[in-house]
Design a protein around this ligand. Sequence first.
Ligand code: TXA
Ligand code: MG
Length: 335
Amino acid sequence: MVTKISPVSAVSVAEAAELIRRGEVVGIPTETVYGLGGNAFDGEAVKKIFEVKGRPADNPLIAHVHTGYDLSKIVDYDPPIAQKLREAFLPGPLTLVYPSTGKVSPYVSCGLDTLAVRVPSHEGAQKLLKELDLPVVAPSANLSRHVSPTSAQHVYDDFAGKIPLILDGGECLGGIESTVCDITGEIPVILRPGLITREMIARVCGDCAVYAAEAKAGEKVKSPGVLYKHYSPRCETALAQTVAEAQTLCERAVKEDKRVGVLCESRYTGCFSGVQTFDLGVTAEDMATRLYKLLREAEERLDLLVAVCPSETDGVMAGVLNRLKKAFASKDIPH
Ligand code: TXA
Ligand code: MG
């Protein structure tokens, strides 16, 4: 199969919509990361997404809809806090987990009695979703466990020859995946941190909890995806808590003749001489935008990537740290 990359236009959006209607899987831009989109009502299309990504069968998918979509077609109940959160943050990088049974293909939620729904703000995504007027399930468009894609080229690098079309909507400005928030209980619970932060949600709803991923014995995991090692570059990785520790790791790697590089905030790039540096920027938002792009660049050039762990933990940094820790984890771990 030839994989075409087409800039978003009326013609390419119509082509992508037609392919999705026919049960195909298409690369689509969003404001967070690129997705691999298929029709949520079409079980065969949903299965194809799992296959082409190599995604574990117990990791549910997010349904993407346009701003005017009638939610009652896909959810059982619309809790009052959901309404508040939609008004405050949508369209945008927030996914809400609603009570829902049997409305979309059973493969979407992997047996859970909920459905994760997201209304992306990216203009190209909105055009496609409006044209289709269907819920489109779209996991991040990377091979399972590889780094998420923030450009059409990244999607091509992982899926050339496996999907017919990638809609090119430019580089993703958000850079890390949407915040996933469970709204089936009394207070909202963040299952995956992102650009819409716990603090922002608490301001709107009065309170907001963060789900601890460690599955307690006998308890069903709320969001199975959080248990997998994710977002990993293909080179060796090491996460240092301090600049000094990173310097020691680099010196050792240089002695062993390894191509080594450092991923760190702008203020530390001057602390490393003789090794490549990958500059995450100054603010947590910079870091979110750049992280995946830098991880993909680093894996091409290095044997070992050392990261200096940022010390801040609140706000958007919670999402950045979550991805950084998973990318640098050596095996399957919770958060
Ligand atoms: O920003 C994003 O959310 C991107 C773009 C493409 O929209 N999509 C994305 O999808 O990150 P994916 O499949 O890579 O991650 C979906 C996350 C997983 O952690 C999954 O476990 C969780 O959402 N999830 C999906 N449905 C769920 C549900 N019903 N209950 C709890 N967690 C759910
Ligand atoms: Mg993903």
